[in-house]
Design a protein around this ligand. Structure first.
Ligand code: DP6
Length: 334
């Protein structure tokens, strides 16, 4: 017997960052984080459980996936099989409509789409919180892509905090290289926790920045939200730097200088960076065109991708690509 479901998920960018895990395993973040799910960029994943298959298979962007990626997908599929009492292996096909080296975390949208599609294909009718928990165990930031708008991940629990329109935010992704990142976030945060003299400072600072950012967002204060996001990113990178974990490049710092120069001209523009050299500019929508034009001129910035807040992961009709009534697609409470 064959059972198929298709899901679509968007990447997300953390405004207050997750960096470091709790001791004890289970991939639980050491600090709370808050992200924005991005519309316009998507991973689409189909999962077919098939009794005739001898092993799970995974195709990523049109080619068979590497061993490591397949193993991580199988871990998630095993959790779904256990919950559903299912033994069939699965055929998984996943495609990103954005370049893998765009600096946008394809693992977040990838595991969110996989969790939603696998749960549905296995016949499970899970609330979005449970689907997010399945995704989190594979990649913590993926839990946030299950929901739309502004989303919090606190310990094991991901939840929507505010709808996409809460603040008029645009995210400008400044792509600085086509190369894959040298150090994964998983490894980078492990080295930071083990070796950074400032990791304790990060653990103390991050929850406070997160709480302040959350309050600013709920108050509809774009300026304060983005200012705190920049602080969170710089504090995260400072703790990593002190362990020898450096993700920024010259182009990242030049783009950061351009963001700060825009700010000195009265533009509400702030910067954030993840485990790679691509700077993301957080900007008021009214200034997005001006900021894009400025950032595109920074030496080393190859292109700028513009994105706004979007919806959470959802089951789509395989044929029509239409939205279904999946619970993960629910709008967050207003
Ligand atoms: C810098 O979620 O990729 O993007 O849980 O080990 O898969 P794993 O890590 P991952 O880490 C994301 C780190 C970050 C900040 C963030 O998204 O909060």
């Amino acid at each position: 017997m064959k059972r198929t479901a298709v899901a679509l998920a968007h990447p997300n960018i953390a405004l207050s960052k997750y960096w470091g895990k709790r001791a004890g395993g289970g991939n639980v973040p050491a600090v709370p984080s808050l992200s924005v799910t991005l519309a316009g960029l998507a991973t689409t994943t189909s999962v077919t459980f098939d009794d005739a298959l001898a092993a799970d298979t995974l195709r990523l962007n049109g080619a068979p996936a590497a061993e490591g990626a397949l193993a991580r997908a199988t871990e998630l599929l095993d959790r779904v099989r256990e919950a559903a009492g299912l033994r069939a292996r699965a055929h998984v096909v996943s495609t990103n409509d954005f370049p893998t080296a765009s600096g946008l975390a394809s693992s977040a949208s990838g595991f969110a789409a996989l969790a939603v599609a696998a749960a549905r294909a296995a016949g499970l009718d899970l609330p979005a919180e449970r689907v997010a928990d399945l995704a989190r165990q594979s990649s913590a930031s993926a839990a946030r892509s299950v929901f739309g708008g502004f989303v919090e991940l606190d310990g094991e629990v991901a939840r929507p905090v505010a709808p996409p329109g809460r603040i008029p935010l645009e995210v400008l992704v400044c792509v600085t290289t086509e190369a894959p990142k040298a150090v994964s976030s998983r490894d980078g945060m492990a080295v930071t926790a083990a070796e950074s003299p400032y990791y304790a400072g990060w653990l103390e600072t991050a929850p406070r920045l997160h709480a302040e950012l959350r309050a600013a967002l709920l108050a509809g204060d774009l300026e304060a939200t983005c200012a705190l996001a920049e602080r969170s990113a710089l504090a995260m990178h400072a703790s990593a730097f002190a362990a020898g974990v450096v993700y920024v490049s010259g182009a990242t710092l030049d783009a950061l200088a351009a963001v700060r120069s825009l700010r000195s001209e009265g533009v509400s523009a702030y910067a954030t960076m993840d485990a790679g050299p691509h700077l993301k500019c957080l900007v008021h929508a009214r200034d997005a065109a001006r900021a894009t034009e400025r950032l595109a001129r920074v030496p080393g910035v190859l292109r700028v991708i513009r994105a706004v807040a979007g919806e959470g992961a959802r089951v789509v009709d395989a044929a029509a690509g239409a939205r279904s009534d999946d619970p993960a697609a629910e709008e967050p409470p207003r």
